[in-house]
Design a protein around this ligand. Structure first.
Ligand code: CA
Ligand code: CA
Ligand code: CA
Length: 282
């Protein structure tokens, strides 16, 4: 009889110990969505979509049975014959395609099916096996969605509600793998330029010089409204167009009515100005 009690006590204590020190299933806020590549450029969306999650706790989390859904019909339940263990304070990358040779060079921890990320607006909802919410984001127009760049959550806002606001997300600027920008599986850069990037307007105009059309590409650190202005050395100066709040745009510049020669294109938004020189050939 005594032996049975000792055995029972041992089993209970062992179970308790495993609970405290082993892996547990994730609760709300224990996993945070920290990065999301909705619109890869170097590979197709079918091959190159992925997202990153972070274990905010001091213990390992068991992901078997965690569900990925959106507000529509996308649904995937994480499953494996092995334990899917996301270690304490670590990142995991979940992707559509696990092959770095064809997914844009992303090292992945888990491959899902039946789940896509729209390039304009969508939801990413993680629920536990008992249907309780772990974390979610819902992105729409106005979020920093840039082709070829993931959206990175600023490290100051790695929390359940911190990732709900678009102003806490930034288009990645550091290249990985095959050339798209992001930091899959790694902490989102703050020292390597995110702060500086917040102030930045990136632009490119090509081909330059050109006789015909130019393509103007502009990427903002966060959504901004502003104007495009054209100035030349003859003193001609006019507003080419104004634009409403956006994270990026591509614009075909038709210089048919502009005098050939050296011009400057000025993009002004959010109190910042970026100027580039371009040449219209006669
Ligand atoms: Ca997509
Ligand atoms: Ca959230
Ligand atoms: Ca990252």
């Amino acid at each position: 009889m005594k032996k049975t009690y000792v055995l029972l006590l041992t089993v209970i204590l062992a179970g308790y110990w495993i609970n405290l020190n082993g892996q547990s299933t994730p609760r709300q806020g224990e996993i945070i969505i920290t990065e999301i590549m909705v619109n890869p450029e170097v590979v197709s969306d079918a091959n190159g979509e992925w997202f990153e999650i972070w274990n905010s706790t001091e213990h390992d989390l068991l992901l078997n049975g965690v569900t990925l859904t959106d507000a529509g019909s996308n649904l995937h339940i994480m499953a494996s014959t092995e334990k899917l263990v996301l270690p304490a304070k670590s990142y995991w990358v979940l992707a559509k395609n696990g092959d770095p040779l064809t997914n844009g060079g992303v090292a992945t921890n888990y491959v899902y099916q039946s789940f896509t990320l729209s390039n304009t607006s969508d939801q990413l909802i993680l629920t536990a096996a008992d249907a309780s919410l772990i974390d979610q984001i819902s992105y729409v127009a106005g979020w920093p969605i840039v082709s070829g760049s993931s959206m990175e959550l600023h490290p100051d806002y790695h929390s359940f509600s911190g990732n709900d606001q678009p102003e806490h997300w930034f288009p990645a600027k550091v290249a990985f793998g095959a050339g798209d920008r992001g930091s899959p599986g790694k902490s989102n850069p703050v020292s390597s330029g995110l702060e500086e990037w917040e102030q930045d307007i990136r632009m490119d105009i090509y081909p330059n010089p050109s006789q015909g059309r130019f393509m103007l590409e502009v990427v903002f650190a966060k959504p901004m409204a502003g104007e495009i202005r054209m100035i030349n050395l003859l003193g001609q100066d006019f507003i080419y167009k104004t634009f409403s709040e956006t994270a990026s745009f591509k614009e075909v510049i038709e210089p048919a009515s502009m005098t050939p020669g050296i011009w400057f294109i000025e993009v002004a938004a959010g109190g910042k100005v970026k100027i580039m020189r371009f040449i219209i050939e006669g």
